[in-house]
Each structure stands twice: as structure tokens, then as C-alpha cells.
Design a protein around this ligand. Structure first.
Ligand code: ADP
Ligand code: MG
Length: 248
């Protein structure tokens, strides 16, 4: 049996609407991310995907239920879990190298070691030579590569990707997705579980071992679909098309 990396039980979260009334976004979410799997979390805009991811990352507290990472409760950001954001979330005044080193600084890694590890990660993400550049000097795809390098430089066990490809044009997004899958398949990243949030069914079917669908009313996991196809997958193959139809 594969170990669970993340384990969410009956997670609840409400926000106040503009008129001050509470609105329950997550209403008893149960979810497990197991070691060795890529799971895609699908759901309409506003269904609470980003909220759920932020709760898993320890960035937002849940109102109720439990969240654990390898058996330990998650109530603040934990070493071992990294997140990639749709809008890249880079610090514009810091260089690429400095942005990537940030996570290591928080862990107290000495400067020389930080530099070495950031360099290696920039190489891996196809950004060698760009360490001194500022984010605004890069294309969207390259900025997201920096976002991913920053997430991976701490050697996370779990990678949470919140619509990481949706701000990019189709081709750039596909290239980056393929690169991530190659690193995963070749074990070039230490990461043992990936959760990709998406609203793109094809992207989910291309990447995931399992697709989980979040419904908005009430905010719960509605259904699951296991994609038992080896990667890399061909987007035009009959099998991939059949899974896309099934998820619809
Ligand atoms: P998704 O990522 O699936 O589009 P979100 O998790 O971003 O959904 O948002 C779910 C709902 O929660 C939305 O209605 C959103 O407006 C609301 N929401 C999210 N974050 C906050 C917040 N910090 N304050 C108030 N409402 C929020
Ligand atoms: Mg979102």
C-alpha cells in the first residue's frame, strides 16, 4: 500500500460575502494524495480549488476538519510542501536567482550552498544564464519556470500547482507541462506527489493518475476517475479522448 502524503478529512471553510454573511466554500472535503501519484483537482471557477490548495500548503487555516502531511497536522507552511501559483508570484525587485534562493533562505541554508542549489535548479528548468535577470525581462513561460524552480529548490516531497499553466499560451503551457512530467518520470525531482489544480480537462487527463472533481454546492469532492495510461500520453489518442469524455 502506498503511504499517504496528504490526508484531508471533512475540511470546511467559509468566507464572508460583501454583505457580511458567511458563505461555506468547502463543506466537508475528504481527499488523500498518496505517495507516487499525480492527482488533478478539477472544478468550476469559484468552487474552492485555490482555497483547498492554500489550506493544504498551510497558507490558509481551515475552519474545521483535519489536514495532515505524512501524519503530522498542517496548520502553517511546512517544509516538504511547495506551491506554484497561477500568477507566478515572483518578487519583481529580486533577480531570478534571488527569487529561487528565497525558499532556501527561510530554511537557513548558507549562502554558498543556496547559490549552488539555485544554479542547479535553474539549469534543470532550462534557465541557465538567466539568474541575474529580473522577472519582467522574461516571457510568461520563463517566469513560470522560475516559479517552479523556486518551488523545487527546497526538494519538496509534495508539489501543489494552482493553475500553473493557465496564464500561459497553449504551446508554452504544454511545453512546460511536458517538461514537468519528464522530470517526474525520470525521477529528476525528489517530489513524491503532485497535485495539479486545473479547469482544463485535457490537461488533467494528460498529467494525472487520478482526477478528483470538486463540486461547488455543497463544496465537496464529487467524483473520481482513475487514468490508468502510461505517460507520456498522446493528446490525440483514442484512449485519452475517451477519458476526456468520461470526465465530462
Ligand atoms: P477557485 O480556485 O476554484 O476558482 P477559490 O478557492 O479561489 O475558487 O474561491 C472560492 C470562493 O471563495 C469564491 O467565491 C471566492 O470569491 C471566495 N474566496 C476565496 N478567497 C477568499 C477570501 N480571502 N475572502 C473572501 N472570499 C474568498
Ligand atoms: Mg483558483
Amino acid at each position: 500500500m502506498a503511504q499517504s502524503l496528504l490526508d484531508l478529512r471533512e475540511v470546511r471553510k467559509s468566507f464572508r460575502t460583501a454583505d457580511g454573511a458567511p458563505r461555506r466554500v468547502l463543506d466537508g472535503v475528504n481527499f488523500v494524495l498518496k505517495e507516487g501519484e499525480i492527482v488533478a483537482l478539477l472544478g468550476k471557477s469559484g468552487s474552492g480549488k485555490s482555497t483547498l490548495l492554500r489550506i493544504m500548503a498551510g497558507l490558509t487555516p481551515a475552519d474545521g476538519g483535519s489536514v495532515s502531511y505524512r501524519g503530522r497536522p498542517v496548520d502553517s507552511p511546512v517544509d516538504g510542501i511547495s506551491m506554484v501559483f497561477q500568477s507566478f508570484a515572483l518578487f519583481p525587485w529580486l533577480t531570478v536567482q534571488q527569487n529561487v534562493e528565497l525558499g532556501l533562505e527561510a530554511q537557513g541554508v548558507p549562502a554558498a550552498e543556496r547559490e549552488k542549489r539555485a544554479d542547479a535548479m535553474l539549469d534543470l528548468m532550462g534557465l541557465s544564464g538567466f539568474g541575474g535577470a529580473l522577472p519582467r525581462e522574461l516571457s510568461g513561460g520563463m517566469r513560470q519556470r522560475v516559479g517552479i524552480a523556486r518551488a523545487l529548490v527546497t526538494q519538496p516531497d509534495v508539489l501543489l500547482m494552482d493553475e500553473a499553466f493557465s496564464a500561459l499560451d497553449v504551446l508554452t503551457g504544454e511545453t512546460l507541462r511536458t517538461d514537468i512530467l519528464e522530470l517526474w518520470e525520470s525521477r529528476s525531482m525528489p517530489t513524491r506527489g503532485i497535485l495539479v489544480v486545473s479547469h482544463n480537462i485535457e490537461e488533467a487527463v494528460m498529467m494525472a493518475d487520478r482526477i478528483v472533481i470538486l463540486s461547488s454546492d455543497p463544496g465537496r469532492v464529487r467524483s473520481e476517475c482513475v487514468i490508468d495510461l502510461p505517460r507520456p500520453r498522446d493528446a490525440d489518442s483514442a484512449q485519452v479522448r475517451a477519458f476526456i469524455d468520461e470526465v465530462y
